[in-house]
Design a protein around this ligand. Structure first.
Ligand SMILES: Nc1ncnc2c1ncn2[C@@H]1O[C@H](COP(=O)(O)OP(=O)(O)OP(=O)(O)O)[C@@H](O)[C@H]1O
Ligand code: SF4
Ligand SMILES: [Mg+2]
Length: 417
């Protein structure tokens, strides 16, 4: 891997508040005369210097969220139906397309999930890199060429001056990924949105690319990264905070440390239990039952109710809000309602099993004792639970379920705990 050249500093002060604030973002697609809600009311902040992870199964709305931020949703069939995307206080959704083009690349850059969708197959890589630099900076062709070659060297393409003449198809998949990263970083963006930047790369290249992205970010004080990935180990190693998406909604948001130590949403718990390394010593592989529902057929209330092992009547008729558990930990699940209310009421510590029935729930709608217990905050696992790399996450093999809760759940199902 090439050494990283010194980059000019970004001019963002951490005290200036969030670099990016996404507020109640709604992105829909018109499909067969219906409106499919791919992203529905998503809100989050990205702070200066932060690496924010976004995880969730395929179709949960991760890419649509990032493409909406970049104003790259194809319209039609897409439509940004509401919300705000505040970048340093300016609502990107209100900018004209020429204004938005100035932001893209220079201020916010994106590494796309599909490298070929970002690279034009009929132009050389050099032409595309030079055009990207010159679109945002008043530099000569020679200066842009030199910058592009230097950038290629930084992403590990050492014979960059020669490779500038090549077309995208003349590069391997991993090389194309590197070219795309060079293109995304060559204007020194304040915010990099990396949508599965290492998908389909071998493990060594994956590590190199992530290392490079972090190294470049570290040289630009205030710069931030949104990292979209399926790989929870990468999140554990790379991010400070993480958002878990499902059904176009944020289901859980927490620091990486809290999420891996004590995942509270049944979906997040399922994701963590599905980690391959969490399965060592288990007879059966764990997988979240069922499939992600189509956005044409999302449940009207809790989006996860068709797959949740703790579902009860209320979940099918009323969507839970994001309950605030403190410390930036938000969870969209009815079972956390009492704990969040107790926190607001100033209870020093909310006993997770107190008041089993959420207020306003009829007896027939009560969650079972086992589901309440299962959502109980797991005891701290100290260093092990810090989510330091995969080991930390994977060794938390119960995905946040306390052993007594698992025994109780098994007992109720008539199984041997
Ligand atoms: N151009 C489009 N037209 C219609 N539906 C779309 C379009 N783009 C995305 N969608 C739908 O929006 C939903 C969210 O898609 P999105 O690409 O954000 O998922 P994702 O979380 O990024 O999944 P993956 O992990 O597979 O990349 C999906 O149901 C998808 O089919
Ligand atoms: S318990 Fe209910 S509200 Fe919570 S995730 Fe399961 S189905 Fe949704
Ligand atoms: Mg995607």
């Amino acid at each position: 891997m090439a050494t990283v050249e010194k980059q000019p500093a970004a001019v963002i002060s951490p005290s200036a508040g969030p670099l990016l604030s996404v507020r109640d973002l709604k992105t829909y697609f018109r499909i067969e005369k219906a409106l499919a809600k791919a992203v529905d009311g998503v809100s989050f902040d990205v702070m200066p210097d932060e690496v924010l992870g976004i995880v969730g199964e395929s179709g949960s709305g991760k890419s649509v969220t990032s493409l909406s931020i970049m104003r790259l949703i194809p319209e039609p069939p897409g439509l940004i139906a509401g919300g705000q995307v505040l970048y340093q206080g300016r609502d990107l959704l209100k900018l004209s397309y020429p204004q938005m083009r100035k932001i893209r690349g220079a201020e916010i850059a994106m590494i796309f999930q599909e490298p070929m969708s970002a690279l034009n197959p009929v132009f050389t890589v050099g032409f595309q890199l030079i055009e990207t630099v010159r679109a945002h900076e008043k530099v000569s062709k020679q200066q842009a060429f030199d910058r592009a070659v230097a950038m290629l060297a930084q992403v590990g393409i050492s014979d960059g001056a020669k490779r500038m003449r090549d077309y995208p198809h003349q590069f391997s998949g991993g090389m194309r990924q590197r070219v795309m990263i060079a293109m995304a970083l060559c204007c020194n963006p304040n915010l990099l949105i990396a949508d599965e930047p290492t998908t389909a790369l071998d493990v060594t290249t994956q590590a190199q690319i992530l290392e490079l992205m972090l190294a470049l970010k570290a040289q630009r004080p205030g710069a931030a990264i949104i990292l979209i990935t399926h790989d929870l180990a990468v999140v554990a190693e790379t991010c400070q905070r993480v958002i878990v998406m499902y059904g176009g909604r944020v289901q859980e948001m927490a620091t990486v440390k809290d999420l891996f130590a004590a995942p509270r949403h049944p979906y997040t718990q399922g994701l963590l239990r599905s980690l391959p390394a969490a399965q060592i010593g288990h007879e059966r592989l764990h997988a979240i039952p069922g499939n992600v529902p189509s956005i044409m057929d999302l449940p009207p209330a809790c989006k996860f109710c068709t797959r949740c092992e703790f579902v009860f009547d209320r979940c099918r008729v009323e969507e839970p809000p994001l309950h605030d558990l403190g410390g930036g930990h938000l969870v969209r699940c009815h079972l956390l309602e009492d704990e969040a209310k107790a926190r607001v009421a100033g209870a020093s510590e909310a006993p997770p099993q107190s008041g089993l029935a959420p207020p306003g729930v009829s007896s027939g709608s009560k969650p079972t004792g086992s589901s309440q217990a299962a959502l109980a905050k797991p005891a701290s696992h100290g260093e092990e639970a810090q989510g330091k790399a995969l080991g930390g996450a994977a060794r938390q093999d119960n995905g946040g379920l306390t052993p007594p809760a698992r025994h109780e759940a098994a007992r109720q199902k008539g199984e041997q705990p």
